[in-house]
Design a protein around this ligand. Structure first.
Ligand code: NAD
Ligand code: DAU
Length: 348
């Protein structure tokens, strides 16, 4: 497994993982295969072509396109796929689920078929804690039933089911990781941490959904990359591994921490109408990946601090994103919410 195809490698986690692998393994070659949707960004991979000439290639293509996938595998003599490619934002899945079903379900099927056809050495699926659904108490284990509640979570869960079915039916050599909320460099500023950091830098309101007491495990993306690598090297075929810090933080605390780091006032926070069907809590039991020899290097608070500082130092990266399509999305998602919050404040 030294010739990897990293699908979705121009996105947030995929680009961090690509950089991590190329730096860590001098004998690996990587093909990043990415459609470049609104979330894919060549800036995320900026330095790699030069630094890793001969070991790194990029191809713009869709994982739903079976012949493009087949050609890529043959022409780059791929022996393993790590699949990050997905539509990933819960709020967009609520607005418009279609692309989620296409990419996260059908696209996964296409990649599994290619793995079968070319008898690849491994297919690794990047999945999410959201497939377990809202977890009011305790923590989700890998053997728990999945109970997704948003179109995004349901599309990811469907992909997971296909991966398992291909393992059982065709004996495909698969592994899977289910990660908690990742934060760090190159995350598209629709996700809450980069959204709040960049809004706060600009003294714009921070639209906190509902009471802000929803719990998330904010983990640093490089910790997640190390765990994926470990599962690729030492994970058991057919097994699923949860990946997170194993601790959680309410969103309001995450928000206050960002404001404190930036020296901005709490008056920027707006309690806006909640996300529909909002999962109030995710919590992963991470004992299985720990038993394999992995420990996160960062707590949630450290991850938030590192991430905040990266956005402060890398305005060049996010300023150009926060225009065009982003503005239209922002208006559609937050226009009425912020107006409603303003009205509530005036009435109070
Ligand atoms: P992202 O939205 O930043 O990137 C997704 C990438 O996939 C983009 O580069 C996009 O262009 C590409 N893509 C989308 N549709 C495609 C298609 N049809 N063909 C080829 N490429 C396509 O996402 P991310 O946050 O980096 O998430 C990566 C993976 O990790 C996803 O599978 C996601 O479900 C999973 N995950 C994310 C988190 C998180 O907190 N961000 C946590 C756990 C799991
Ligand atoms: O848990 C893993 C998942 O984490 C990944 O599978 C998803 O791809 C990723 O998008 C993320 O999903 P979340 O819905 O948890 O992330 P998001 O950043 O959208 O929201 C985090 C929390 O912050 C959630 O409780 C909703 C809240 N939130 C979010 C936004 C965008 C707000 O309060 N206001 C906001 O504007």
């Amino acid at each position: 497994m030294k010739r990897l195809m990293i699908t979705g490698g121009a996105g947030f986690i995929g680009s961090n993982f690509t950089r991590y692998l190329l730096e860590r393994y001098p004998d690996y070659t990587v093909l990043v295969y990415d459609k470049l949707t609104y979330a894919g960004n060549m800036d995320n991979l900026g330095d790699l072509a030069e630094r890793f000439a001969g070991r790194y290639a990029f191809l713009q293509a869709d994982i739903c396109d079976a012949s493009a996938v087949d050609d890529a595998i043959q022409s780059h003599r791929i022996d393993a796929i790590v699949n990050f490619a997905a539509e990933t934002h819960v709020d967009r899945s609520i607005m418009d689920p279609d692309a989620f079903i296409q990419t996260d379900v059908y696209g996964t099927y296409v990649l599994l078929e290619a793995t079968r056809k070319f008898e690849l050495g491994r297919y690794h699926q990047i999945s999410t804690d959201e497939v377990y659904g809202h977890v009011p108490v305790g923590s989700s284990r890998e053997t728990d039933a999945i109970a997704p509640r948003s179109p995004y979570a349901a599309s990811k869960a469907s992909g997971d089911l296909l991966v398992n079915a291909y393992h059982v039916t065709y004996n495909l050599p698969v592994t899977m990781t289910r990660g908690a909320n990742n934060i760090g460099p190159y995350q598209y500023p629709e996700k809450v941490v980069p959204l709040f950091v960049t809004n706060a830098i600009d003294n714009e309101p921070l639209p906190l959904y509902g009471d802000g007491l929803q719990m998330r495990d904010y983990q640093y993306v490089v910790d997640h990359c190390e765990a994926i690598d470990l599962v690729l090297q030492r994970g058991e075929i057919g097994e699923v591994y949860n990946v997170g810090t194993g601790s959680e933080m309410p969103n309001i605390e995450m928000t206050r921490l960002i404001l404190e780091i930036l020296g901005k006032p709490e008056s920027l926070v707006r309690h806006v109408p909640d996300r529909e069907g909002h999962d109030r809590r995710y919590s992963l039991d991470v004992s299985k990946i720990r038993a394999l020899g992995w420990e996160p290097d960062h707590s949630c608070a450290e991850a938030i601090e590192l991430t905040t500082r990266w956005y402060v130092e890398n305005e060049w990266w996010w300023r150009k994103i926060k225009s065009g399509e982003y503005k239209q999305y922002y208006q559609r998602q937050y226009g009425w919410r912020l107006a409603q919050a303003g009205q509530d404040n005036r009435q109070a």
